[in-house]
Write a protein that binds this ligand. Structure first.
Ligand code: NAD
Length: 498
C-alpha cells in the first residue's frame, strides 16, 4: 500500500501512529494511506521553517521571483501528471483537474511580479526635513488548511502569495486527496526554494488544532466548510493570529426573462454539475424570474440534463466524475431525500446511479428539483453534489432578495441582456463575487477571491493585493536627518503639521 507522508524540511516525515484511507473514487477502493501528524511533526516543520525563513525574507524579491518563475515552468511541464494524480484521488475529470492546476498556476504567475507588487510607499517632506516611508514585511511563518475540492488551486492561492512575500509556509491539505499538495512541495524544492520554506504536514482536527495553537505560527489561511471555518477563525484569533477563513456556499443564478436561455442553460449545466457539484463556486440554485421564464427554463434544462454523462475521471467523454467518498455520496443522497420530504418536486433523481464496470465507484447521476422554497432546509444548507434546485421568483426584487438574504454569500450570477438590471443587481446584491452572464465568477489572479457572510470569516480575501496584504505587515518609518542647526527648544506637545 502506498503511504503518503509529510514533507518536512524537504524530506518525508517518517511514520505515524494514525493513518487515513485515500480512496480512488472511480473504483471505490483504498489506493493509499496518508500519515496523520501530531504536534510533534508540526514542531519539526516549524523548527525547519524558523531556520529557513529569515534567509528567505532577506533574499531580494527578484531572486524569490525567479523561484516562482521556475516553479511555474515545472507546473507546466508536469501538468498532465499532476492532473491525473489529482483526478485519481478527487474524482474530477482530467481536463477539469488541469483547470484546478492552471488556476493555481495563475497565482504563481502573479507572484512572479512580487518585486513590483511589494514596493512600498514614500512621502518626501512630510514635515520639515522629514520623510515617511512604509514597507511591507513578511509575517514569519504562515499556515494553510485546505479542502478536498481544489487540492492544487487552493494551496497555491495561499502559498503562492505567502512565500513570494518572504514567509515560510506550512500546508495542511485535505486528508482525502493529499498527493498533489505533496507533489507541489517537491516541485517547489526542485524550483530552487530552500528546504523549510514550503512544507506539508498531513492530519485531521488534531493537526489543525496544533496549528491554531502554535505560538510560532503568525497567520492561518483556511478554506473549507463554514462551521469549521468559523471554529478555525475563533480559535486562531483567540491565539493572537491573523486568520482568513473561507467557508461554504450556495450560489444562485438569476435568469431574467430577457436572458439568452440557450446560453444560460449551457452555462448552468456546467456550473451546477461540473466536478459533480463539488465546487464552492458551483451554481446549485437557479432562480428564473416569472412563471414563463421558469417554464421555458425547465423545458430546456431537461434534455440537457438527460444528455449528461458521468464517467470515470480518465474518460475524455465524461462531463463529470464520481463524488469524493461514499460517505459524501450518502450525505448528498440524504439531502435529496430531505428535499423530497420538504415538498420540493424532484424532477430528475440521480440517486442509485451506477456506472457499468465501476459499480463500486462513488458515482451519482444529476438531480433536478423544482418548486424549492426559501424555508426549506435543503435550500438553506449547502448540498455540494450534482443537484440543481429551481427556486421560482415573481420579480427582479424577489430574485435579488434570495441570494442577499441567504446565510452564504460566496458567488452569484445574473443572466440578462439588460445592462441596467445587471448593474442594479451587481450594486445591490449582498454577495461577495458577482457574475454578469458569467456562471462561475472566480476572479482572475490579479483581483482577489472572497465571499461574504458565512462564506468567509476575517477581512482579507485570497490572492491578488488582498493576499499580499494578508501575508505581510506594514512598517512605517518617519525619518529626519538633522543638519546640526538645532534651536535647543524642547517640544512637550505632540508634533503636528498645523
Ligand atoms: P472541510 O471543512 O471538511 O475540511 C476542510 C479542512 O478542514 C480539511 O483540511 C480538514 O482536514 C479540516 N477539518 C475537517 N474537520 C475538521 C475539524 N472538525 N476541525 C478542524 N479541522 C477540520 O471541507 P471539505 O469537505 O474538505 O471541502 C468542502 C467545503 O469547502 C465546502 O463547504 C465548500 O463550499 C468549501 N469551500 C469553500 C471555498 C471558498 O473559497 N469559500 C472554496 C472551496 C471549498
Amino acid at each position: 500500500m502506498r503511504i503518503i507522508d509529510h514533507v518536512i524540511s524537504g524530506h518525508s516525515g517518517g511514520g505515524s501512529a494514525r493513518q487515513h484511507d485515500v480512496f480512488d473514487p472511480n473504483t471505490g477502493e483504498v489506493q493509499a494511506k496518508v500519515n496523520l501528524g501530531t504536534r510533534s511533526e508540526l514542531d519539526r516543520a516549524v523548527a525547519a521553517a524558523q531556520a529557513a525563513q529569515p534567509g528567505w525574507a532577506a533574499t531580494n524579491p527578484q531572486r524569490r521571483a525567479r523561484v516562482m518563475f521556475k516553479f511555474k515552468q515545472l507546473l507546466e511541464e508536469n501538468m498532465q501528471e499532476l492532473a491525473e494524480l489529482l483526478a485519481s484521488e478527487h474524482g474530477k475529470v482530467v481536463d477539469d483537474a488541469k483547470g484546478d492546476v492552471q488556476r493555481g498556476l495563475e497565482i504563481i504567475e502573479y507572484a512572479c511580479g512580487i518585486p513590483q507588487a511589494l514596493k512600498g510607499e514614500y512621502t518626501q517632506g512630510a514635515g520639515p526635513g522629514i520623510d515617511v516611508y512604509s514597507m511591507r514585511q513578511p509575517l514569519g511563518i504562515g499556515a494553510g488548511i485546505t479542502p478536498f475540492n481544489f487540492p492544487a488551486m487552493i494551496p497555491m492561492w495561499m502559498f503562492g502569495m505567502a512565500v513570494a512575500c518572504g514567509n515560510a509556509f506550512i500546508l495542511k491539505p485535505s486528508e482525502r486527496d493529499p498527493s498533489v499538495p505533496v507533489r507541489l512541495a517537491e516541485l517547489f524544492l526542485e524550483a530552487g526554494a530552500p528546504e523549510g520554506i514550503l512544507q506539508v504536514v498531513h492530519g485531521d482536527k488534531e493537526m489543525v488544532d496544533a496549528i491554531l495553537d502554535h505560538e510560532a505560527i503568525s497567520a492561518v489561511s483556511f478554506v473549507g466548510s463554514s462551521d469549521i471555518a468559523h471554529y478555525v477563525y475563533n480559535r486562531g484569533v483567540a491565539a493572537g493570529k491573523r486568520v482568513q477563513a473561507m467557508g461554504g456556499a450556495k450560489n444562485h443564478g438569476i435568469i431574467m426573462p430577457d436572458a439568452d436561455l440557450d446560453q444560460a442553460v449551457n452555462d448552468l449545466i456546467g456550473a451546477a454539475y461540473g466536478s459533480a457539484g463539488e465546487r464552492c463556486m458551483a451554481l446549485p440554485v437557479v432562480v428564473p424570474v416569472g412563471e414563463d421564464t421558469a417554464e421555458r427554463l425547465r423545458e430546456k434544462l431537461l434534455p440537457a440534463i438527460e444528455k449528461l454523462r458521468p464517467g470515470v475521471s480518465s474518460d475524455p467523454e465524461a462531463q463529470y466524475g464520481p463524488v469524493v467518498t461514499a460517505e459524501h455520496r450518502t450525505r448528498v443522497e440524504n439531502w435529496i431525500q430531505k428535499g423530497v420530504d420538504e415538498g420540493a418536486e424532484l424532477v430528475v433523481d440521480g440517486r442509485g446511479f451506477t456506472l457499468q464496470g465501476h459499480e463500486k465507484g462513488f458515482f451519482m447521476g444529476p438531480s433536478l428539483f423544482d418548486r424549492v422554497t426559501p424555508e426549506m432546509e435543503s435550500y438553506r444548507e449547502e448540498i455540494f453534489g450534482p443537484v440543481l434546485q429551481i427556486v421560482r421568483a415573481g420579480s427582479f426584487e424577489e430574485a435579488l432578495e434570495l441570494p442577499s438574504k441567504h446565510q452564504y454569500g460566496n458567488g452569484v450570477a445574473i443572466f440578462t441582456r439588460n445592462g441596467h438590471a445587471a448593474r442594479e443587481f451587481a450594486g445591490r446584491v449582498n454577495v461577495g463575487m458577482v457574475g454578469i452572464n458569467v456562471p462561475i465568477p472566480v476572479p482572475v489572479s490579479y483581483h482577489s477571491f472572497g465571499g461574504w457572510k458565512r462564506s468567509a470569516f476575517g477581512d482579507q480575501n485570497q490572492y491578488g493585493m488582498e493576499g499580499l496584504r494578508f501575508w505581510t505587515k506594514v512598517k512605517t518609518v518617519t525619518q529626519r536627518w538633522p543638519d546640526g542647526s538645532a534651536t535647543g527648544e524642547n517640544a512637550f506637545v505632540i508634533p503636528t503639521m498645523g
